[in-house]
Design a protein around this ligand. Sequence first.
Ligand code: TXA
Ligand code: MG
Length: 342
Amino acid sequence: MNTILLKTDDEDLKKAAGIIQEGGLVAFPTETVYGLGVNALLTDGAPKVYAAKGRPSDNPLIIHLANPEDAEKYCYTTPTYYRIAKLFMPGPVTYILKKKPCIPACVTGELDTVAVRIPRDPTAHRLIELAGVPIAAPSANLSGRPSTTTADHCIEDLFGKIEAIIDGPDAEIGLESTILAETGTPGEIKMLRPGGVTVEMLESAGFSVSLDKAITEKLADNERPLAPGMKYRHYAPNAQVCLLDGSFADTAAYMLAHANDDGTDIICFEEDSDLSGLPNVHVLGSFSDKETQAHKLFALLRSFDDMPNVKKVYARLPDKSGIGLAIFNRLLKASGYTVLKV
Ligand code: TXA
Ligand code: MG
C-alpha cells in the first residue's frame, strides 16, 4: 500500500480526516503514544486495524472523541464519568462505559462496554474534530512491540501498511493512558492500566482506587484481566529483560558485576554513577524524575531490537509512586514478569 506522510497543519489534517471518514487508516500523535486510527462507526474498520498491527481481534479498541459530552452519542454516561472528565479530560485517561448499539461489536471485541478517551494533544484533537466521527485507535505499533512515541517509530512499524502517517511531535508523556472503570460503589474507581493520571491524583480528588491485579502480577492461565489487552506480552524487546529487586546498593553491585557480561546491557538511573559512561549502560533519567523516564522508556526498549547482539537486559526497578507505577507495569511486562531478587 502507498502510505502518505502528512504534516500537522490544517490542510493536511483535513486530508487525514477525509481518509478516516472513508474508512482508511491514519497514524496520529497523541500526548500518550501514537494511535492507529480508523472510523469507529464502520463495521469493517477494526478488522483493518487488527490486520495492519498483526493483533488478535478479541482485543477491544479505545474510541477517541473531541469532547467529553460527545460520549453521549456512543455510550451511557454516568455521574462518575463526568466527575473524572471535569478533572482529567482532555488528557491521558480512558474510561469504560456501557456502549450504545451504534458502536460495532468488532470495535469492542464483542464486549457490551466501550473505552472512551479525549486526547489533549492539539493534532489529535483537531483530527477528531475534523473527522466528525469517533476514531477507534490502538497504539500505532506492530503487535508485541513497544508502543510508538515518535513519528519515525510509526513509519518503522506501519509504512506501507496504512493510508497515512501524521509526522507530528514526539509524544509528551510516552506511556499509554490510564484506564478506569466503575466498581458500582460511588466514590470508588478501578484502575485497569496505570498511566499519566495516577493513583495519587485520583486519591487527592477524593476517589478510593483499587488496582486490577494484572497491573502488578502475572495472572494464572485461568484468570482474566479487566482490560483484555493486559494479558498480552507487550512492550517486549527481543532481548530478555530481567528486573532487579533489592536495596539500591545491592542492585548497584549486581549491575556492576554483570556490566561486562557478553551480550548484556543495563538500564539504570543517573544515581548509578559507577555505571554511567559504560557503552552498554542506558540511563533513563534521575530516579526521582519519572516524567523523563516515562518519556524515554519505549524508545529505549525498541532500540534493543536494533542491537541483535544484546541478548539480556538488566533493569533496576523504578520507584512505583505517581507515574512510576506505569513505568513499573510496562517494564514488568517487557520482562515477561522476570524479577530477580538481589
Ligand atoms: O494512550 C492510549 O490509550 C493509546 C492512545 C492511542 O490513545 N491507546 C492504546 O490503545 O493504548 P491499545 O489498544 O494499545 O490499548 C487499549 C487497552 C487494551 O488493553 C484493551 O484491552 C483495553 O484498552 N480496553 C479497550 N476497550 C475496553 C473495554 N471495553 N473494557 C476493558 N478494557 C478495554
Ligand atoms: Mg497497545
